[in-house]
Design a protein around this ligand. Structure first.
Ligand code: ACM
Length: 679
C-alpha cells in the first residue's frame, strides 16, 4: 500500500515537472495543465463572446484583454469589444456574479484548440482569472502570434492572496495604487491591504474628524471619493480591499491632530519624519478614545465594504503607558498586569465596535493574547518562536482557533532575493486537522514604504511579488526555483503593458543621477549592484527622512540584479569546464566591466555620482586583472595582491548598494590562484 502511494505521488510529481519543463510561461502555475498538439492563430478576426452578457467584471476584463492582446501582437482586431451573438472565437461562460468574500469560487477551466477557445467558470471572478491565463499563453511561432494549445483546470490553493501597500510612510497616489491593482489581478491576487495611517501620516479624508487629514497628512491624503473609486476599481478586478488603521501604537499622526487622545500629558505630538518604532500611543483608559474610534470607524467602514477590517496593533512598546500615573492606576483598578493585558482590554473594546459595524477585526500577531476572542483574525508577521512556543504565530493561531494570514517571509521591503520568499510555504510540513487548515486563509506580501516613493515602489514590489502570488495560488509542489525564474522573466516584461514602472524607472533615475548625460556606465553598474538588504539601508531609521531624495543610485538598483546570476553561473560553468565558450562568456562580462570606468570618468561629476567612484574604479581594475589572468592563463602574485585589494573594497557597501557579483569574482580569483598562479 505504501509503495503504491509513493508511486502515485512520484508519477504525479513527474508529470508536473514535465509540464513545467515545457515552454509555457504561466504564473501562477495552474493546478492542472495539459499541453495539446494544437495552437490557435491570432488574427484580426479574433473575437470574444460572454455568457451571460452584461457590463460587469467579465466585460471589463475582456475589453482590457483585447487591448493588451492587440498591443502585444499588433493585431488590428475587427471587433474591439465582446460580440453579442455568442459566436466569439473565445467563448466565456460563467454561472454567477460573485460578491467578493473568502468564500468566493475562483476556479475556471480553459481549453485552447485550433479552432476555438473556451473559458468556463462558476463565477465571473473565476472567468477573469482564466482570461489572465489565456493572455500568458500568447506565443510567437515565428510567423504568427498564437495561443498555445492547452487544457487547464485551475483553482487556488489559498483564498487570501494579498499585497499590502503602506501609503502612510510615503503617500502613494491613486494612479500608483490602480496600476498595482492591475498587476495584482494579472497574477490572480485578490486582496489589497491598504495601510492608511502611521506615525508619518494619516491618509484618508475624514468629515467627522477633519483635523486628521488637515493637520496630519501634509496635504497628502485620499479623498473619500478617491477611496470609493479605488475600491470599485479593485472590485472590478476581483480584488477585496482591507483598510488598516493602525492603533494604539504607530499613532503619531492621529495624535498630531487630536493630542487629547494621547497617553502622555503635555507631549508635543508631531508627524514623524524618520522611520522606526515611536512612543506616541492612544490612551486606552479614557472614554473619549473609544468615542473617537467608534465615530471614526463608523465613518470609515462604509468606504470599505469588505467584512475584514485591520486595526494594526503592532509594535506598541507602551512606554507612555509606563510613564503615566493615571494609566498605571487604571491598570491596577482593572487588574491589568501588563501592557499586553491593557492592549487586550483595548482590542476587545475595539472588536465590539467593529462587530457592531458588521466587521471582522484583523490585527498583527501582537493582538493574539490569552484573552483575545478567536473571532479576531491574526496577521502573522514576526519570526518563528518569537513568543510563540508552539511554532510560528500562523500555525499557533490556526491551532488556537483564529483565522490567520501569513506575512512573515513575504516582507518584500527587506530587499531579499526572490527565491527566499518563493520557498516560504505558509503551511510547510506541519500536520493540521482540516478545520485548522481551513483557518489558514493565505498570505500577503508587505510593501512597507519607508524607503519607497511613487518613482520606485513598483520595482520593490515587482517582479518578486509575482513569485509570491504563485506560492499563494499554486500547489505546494510547484517550487522549482530555476523554472520559476525563467517564467518570472516573461511575466516581469509583460507587467510593463499595465504601466508598471519597475524596469523603465531605472533609466529615469540614472538620467537624473547623471544630469542627462550618457547613462551607459551607470546602467552597467546598476546591473551588478543591489540595494542594501534587511534594513541596513537607513540604519536606525535616521539616515533618511520622509522627504529625503529617493532618486539615488540605490533607488535605480533592484534585488536580483540583472547580471549577477548569469555572471555567477558563467563562472561556475567555466570553473567546472574550461572550454573556450565558457571562458568567453566570463570574459565578456569582465571586459565590459574593465572598460566601464573609462566611460564613468567621462561624465561631468556631481555630488550624486561621487560616492560611486571607488566602486566604478575598483570594479574596472579588478575585472581587468582577472580578464588578463584568464586570457594569458597566468597570474602573478603581484596582480593577485592587487585583485585581493580590489575585492576588499568591492566588499564594502557603496552609496547604499552592495555588489552582487562577489561570489563569481571570488570563485574566479580562487580558480586563477589554483590554476594560473606563477612565482
Ligand atoms: C509590522 O511590520 N510592524 C507589522
Amino acid at each position: 500500500m505504501l509503495i503504491l502511494i509513493l508511486i502515485c505521488f512520484s508519477n504525479h510529481h513527474a508529470s508536473a515537472q514535465n509540464v513545467l519543463s515545457e515552454s509555457l510561461d504561466l504564473m501562477p502555475w495552474p493546478k492542472n495543465v495539459e499541453k495539446k498538439n494544437a495552437e490557435f492563430i491570432i488574427d484580426n478576426s479574433l473575437s470574444i463572446s460572454i455568457s451571460p452578457s452584461g457590463q460587469g467584471r467579465v466585460h471589463h476584463a475582456a475589453v482590457n484583454f483585447l487591448r493588451r492582446l492587440s498591443g502585444r501582437t499588433g493585431a488590428f482586431l475587427n471587433e474591439g469589444f465582446p460580440v453579442t451573438d455568442q459566436q466569439g472565437a473565445i467563448q466565456i461562460t460563467f454561472e454567477k456574479v460573485s460578491n467578493l468574500s473568502i468564500e468566493n469560487d475562483e476556479s475556471y477551466s480553459l481549453d485552447v484548440g485550433n479552432s476555438g477557445i473556451t473559458i468556463t467558470a462558476k463565477t465571473d471572478v473565476g472567468a477573469i482569472r482564466g482570461l489572465e491565463t489565456l493572455l500568458q499563453l500568447i506565443q510567437n511561432d515565428g510567423t504568427n502570434y498564437v495561443f498555445a494549445g492547452v487544457t487547464v483546470n485551475d483553482t487556488p490553493r489559498f483564498v487570501w492572496r494579498g499585497l499590502m501597500i503602506d501609503a502612510a510612510r510615503h503617500f502613494q497616489p491613486v494612479g500608483v495604487i490602480k496600476r498595482n491593482l492591475d498587476a495584482m489581478a494579472a497574477l490572480k491576487m485578490n486582496v489589497f491591504h491598504w495601510h492608511l495611517t502611521d506615525d508619518q501620516g494619516w491618509r484618508v479624508e475624514s468629515k467627522v474628524y477633519p483635523k486628521l487629514h488637515e493637520e496630519a497628512s501634509d496635504g497628502l491624503y485620499y479623498t473619500q471619493e478617491q477611496i470609493k473609486d479605488v475600491v470599485a476599481y479593485a472590485d472590478n478586478l476581483g480584488i477585496r480591499v482591507i483598510p488598516e488603521f493602525d492603533v494604539p501604537g504607530h499613532a503619531s499622526a492621529i495624535l498630531t491632530a487630536y493630542p487629547e487622545l494621547g497617553s502622555k500629558d503635555g507631549y508635543d505630538y508631531s508627524i514623524e519624519r524618520f522611520s522606526g518604532v515611536f512612543d506616541p500611543t492612544l490612551n486606552p483608559t479614557i472614554d473619549i478614545t473609544y468615542e473617537f474610534l467608534e465615530r471614526l470607524f463608523t465613518e470609515m467602514s462604509p468606504l470599505f465594504p469588505d467584512d475584514y477590517f485591520h486595526i494594526g496593533g503592532d509594535e506598541n512598546e507602551g512606554k507612555h503607558w509606563d510613564e503615566s500615573k493615571a494609566i498605571q492606576k487604571f491598570m491596577k483598578q482593572h487588574n491589568l498586569k501588563t501592557n499586553h493585558d491593557l492592549q487586550t482590554y483595548f482590542n476587545i473594546k475595539l472588536e465590539k465596535i467593529l462587530n457592531n459595524l458588521g466587521k471582522k477585526m484583523m490585527g498583527w500577531d501582537e493582538i493574539m493574547t490569552a484573552n483575545m476572542p478567536t473571532t479576531t483574525v491574526i496577521h502573522s508577521w514576526r519570526g518563528q518562536n518569537e513568543g510563540f512556543p508552539e511554532g510560528n504565530s500562523l500555525i499557533s493561531a490556526a491551532k488556537r482557533g483564529y483565522q490567520t494570514v501569513l506575512s512573515n517571509g513575504y516582507y518584500i521591503d527587506r530587499m531579499e532575493p526572490v527565491e527566499k520568499h518563493y520557498l516560504v510555504d505558509p503551511i510547510g510540513d506541519v500536520k493540521l486537522t482540516d478545520l485548522e487548515r481551513s483557518r489558514i486563509l493565505g498570505g500577503e506580501a508587505t510593501m512597507w514604504a519607508e524607503l519607497v516613493t511613487p518613482l520606485t515602489i513598483d520595482s520593490r514590489i515587482w517582479p518578486r511579488t509575482a513569485a509570491i502570488a504563485e506560492r499563494f495560488w499554486s500547489q505546494a509542489e510547484v517550487k522549482d526555483v530555476d523554472n520559476m525564474k525563467k517564467r518570472l522573466k516573461q511575466v516581469s516584461f509583460n507587467l510593463e503593458e499595465l504601466g508598471i514602472t519597475h524596469i523603465k524607472n531605472r533609466d529615469v533615475i540614472i538620467r537624473n543621477m547623471t544630469d542627462n548625460q550618457d547613462i551607459s556606465a551607470l546602467v552597467t553598474l546598476s546591473k551588478i549592484c543591489e540595494p542594501l538588504k534587511i534594513y541596513s539601508r537607513n540604519k536606525g531609521g535616521i539616515e533618511y527622512k520622509t522627504y529625503s531624495p529617493f532618486t539615488l543610485f540605490a533607488d535605480a538598483c533592484v534585488v536580483d540584479a540583472e547580471d549577477a546570476l548569469p555572471f555567477n553561473r558563467a563562472v561556475h560553468q567555466f570553473t567546472s569546464d574550461r572550454s573556450s565558450v565558457n571562458a568567453s562568456q566570463v570574459l565578456a562580462y569582465l571586459n565590459s566591466w574593465a572598460g566601464n570606468h573609462e566611460a564613468f570618468k567621462k561624465l561631468t561629476k556631481n555630488p550624486k555620482l561621487t560616492p560611486l567612484e571607488p566602486l566604478s574604479e575598483n570594479l574596472s581594475s579588478t575585472a581587468l586583472l582577472l580578464s588578463k589572468a584568464l586570457e594569458s592563463k597566468s597570474l602573478t602574485s603581484e596582480n593577485l595582491t592587487k585583485i585581493k585589494e580590489g575585492m576588499l573594497i568591492l566588499e564594502q557597501p557603496f552609496a547604499d548598494v552592495e555588489v552582487a557579483v562577489l561570489d563569481g569574482l571570488n570563485n574566479l580569483m580562487a580558480f586563477c590562484v589554483s590554476h594560473y598562479l606563477v612565482n
